[in-house]
Structure formats: structure tokens, C-alpha cells
Design a protein around this ligand. Structure first.
Ligand SMILES: [Zn+2]
Length: 120
């Protein structure tokens, strides 16, 4: 990305995280593909492993989505603002969680409505 940002935006951090997540997603997908077996038995421990891998894959995809949204926000100059209420997100929160696109209040509201839906 060649865009210049005047204020302190952890774009490099986000891009790095994005790279790592993409690698992970590819690994999980490969692991799932290798494990697909139509004759798999219910009691097969491989099935549990598959479920765990699938959960990890979904989790990584969700995270990647929120990173992409944060990066898009940054391109539009709206990085650090809550997507829902437009308030500035606490900088301390952004430092810990650079892909945050919601303020703490909106995130809590959303989580109460849709438990475990959002990673950011
Ligand atoms: Zn908000």
C-alpha cells in the first residue's frame, strides 16, 4: 500500500497480521482437504480434529474480514472511527487491537445481540 497517513495508523501491523492470517487460512484449508473422507466414522477422532480445524479456519476468516474492513476504513480516511456510531475508537484499544472497527460500547451491544459473531 502506498497511501501516506498523517496520523499514527498501525497499517504495517495490520498488513503483517493479514499476511499471517492468509498463511494460516491456507494451512487450515489444506489440512481440511487432506482429511476429507466420505467414509469417515462418527467416532473417528479425525472428525473432531476436522471440527476444530474448521472452527479455527472460520475464526481466521472472520479476523481477516475485520482487518480488511479496517484497512478499507484507513484508505477512506476513516480509520479509528466506530463504524456504527462514528465516535473515535479509544487509541489504547486500537493499539492492542488495530483491526477494531467498532468502539467498545457498540461492540458490547453487538455482542449481546449476536454472541461470538464479531472478532473486532
Ligand atoms: Zn460506536
Amino acid at each position: 500500500m502506498t497511501i501516506q497517513f498523517a496520523n499514527h495508523i498501525p497499517i504495517i501491523q495490520l498488513n503483517r497480521q493479514r499476511c499471517r492470517l492468509e498463511q494460516k487460512i491456507r494451512q487450515f484449508e489444506a489440512r481440511l482437504r487432506a482429511r476429507i473422507d466420505p467414509d469417515i466414522d462418527e467416532a473417528d477422532p479425525g472428525l473432531t480434529e476436522q471440527t476444530v480445524t474448521l472452527a479455527l479456519l472460520n475464526n481466521a476468516r472472520e479476523k481477516l474480514n475485520s482487518i480488511d474492513r479496517a484497512l478499507r476504513q484507513a484508505q477512506n480516511g476513516g480509520y479509528g472511527r466506530c463504524e456504527t456510531c462514528g465516535q473515535r475508537i479509544n487509541p489504547e484499544r486500537l493499539e492492542i487491537f488495530p483491526q477494531a472497527i467498532l468502539c467498545v460500547a457498540c461492540k458490547s451491544t453487538l455482542e449481546a445481540k449476536f454472541p461470538r459473531r464479531l472478532a473486532a
